[in-house]
Design a protein around this ligand. Sequence first.
Ligand SMILES: NC(=O)c1ccc[n+]([C@@H]2O[C@H](COP(=O)([O-])OP(=O)(O)OC[C@H]3O[C@@H](n4cnc5c(N)ncnc54)[C@H](OP(=O)(O)O)[C@@H]3O)[C@@H](O)[C@H]2O)c1
Length: 432
Amino acid sequence: MRILVTGATGFIGMRATNYLAEQGYDIIATGRKKIDQYGIHSNIRWQHGSLDDLDFCLALTENVDVIVHCAGKAGTWGSYESFYKANVVITENLLAAAQRSQVKRFVQMSSPSIYFDFKDQHNLKEQDLPKYFSNHYAKTKFESEQKVLLANSETFKTIALRPRFVIGAGDNNVLPRLIKLQRSSCVQIGSGKNEISVTSIGNLLDAISLAILASEEVMGEAYNIANAEPENFWDFAESLSSRFGTTHRRVKVPRYLMLTLSRINEFLARIMRRQDEPMFLPVPVAALGQSMTLDTSKAAKRLGYRATHSTEEAVNEFIAWYKEHLPSANNKQKRFSSFTEFWPFYLEHHQNPTNQALHIFGFVLALFVSIYALVKQESVYLVGIPLITYSFAWVGHIFFERNSPATWRNPFYSFRAYFKMIFYLVCRRKIP
Ligand SMILES: NC(=O)c1ccc[n+]([C@@H]2O[C@H](COP(=O)([O-])OP(=O)(O)OC[C@H]3O[C@@H](n4cnc5c(N)ncnc54)[C@H](OP(=O)(O)O)[C@@H]3O)[C@@H](O)[C@H]2O)c1
């Protein structure tokens, strides 16, 4: 059987690609960015491109039996159009191409974010939809899911999975955000009693397998997927940060107060036309202080789903992966053996646009001072140059990027990377 996995450069798609290849399926993996994953399994063939392009989708789906559609845009920031394009349009293209290429089955990675309603929600069932969707992500995920389910027919079988809070090795979203939040804040939102469902990636992969093989009468529907037992959110967050040695005494703050502040923050960020996603937005803030658990009995009954992988297992594999792959994971600056190894680490520490702007500002000011010192033949001014560049960079790191500068353990690489980054930013070139 030949399976096309979309979003294979992302967390779930990548794990699904490798898992299904291990099961012996013939896999076509697709995503936009080029990644270092070639040749892991001989039965995976990569085809890069954007699913915005219908012709590309048609080429991809040729001779494919099943599509596992994991591509999409998650998050809480961005225009409705950007979410619509990344979640609805690409799904429409893929559905059209699949039907033309006579693909037999379509498994859609949907999301329980569609249930989110700014209140405690326990044992949510698949039909428990809110009156209004909480943000563009939820709305467009629901729209795309409905298109998939409505396409279900005698010859083309479709199904949607709604996994909550997927965790495991490769997670670049849920747990990294939680770690960042735990490091930068000592606030506990709400009573601390809220419970959440999480999904170990192993359980989601089992659910994908079941969906691929499920009998025809259970198709055309959406299914909640989660681990067997919910977690107390704050205990879960605290045990995760203790693994990195960063536990805090937490100050309890009422949920309504944080929600009001986050709405003000969202309003200001919108009028300032902020491009990058602010940390403090209503949906994530509310999610930290409220319960959201899923009832997975429909998946158990109709798909035969059993959550056999524990949360602990997924957290352990995540931590091992995170420490190896993200240099900042240990919260220490390690030594690097080459500039090529150092460069991704440097970029990871310079993501914030205000921090980047402050680096450029410090650089330009230092350039003027050097020219002035040369023209005036006053070398004493040169002493001020490191002071100027460092002070702007430090303000950027401490107040905006909220990390420590990458300089101390790697002064020479850092110096070189500083010039390289400034060059790309000033020339407005895409940073490699
Ligand atoms: N992670 C969770 O907890 C969770 C929970 C419920 C549902 N989901 C859903 O599961 C899916 C995968 O999530 P994830 O965590 O794996 O996300 P991710 O790591 O951000 O991966 C998203 C993938 O989508 C691809 N993509 C986006 N737009 C594309 C386009 N126009 N053409 C081709 N590829 C495109 C990306 O490709 P490039 O990076 O190569 O551009 C990437 O491979 C998403 O639809 C998400 O809504 C996730």
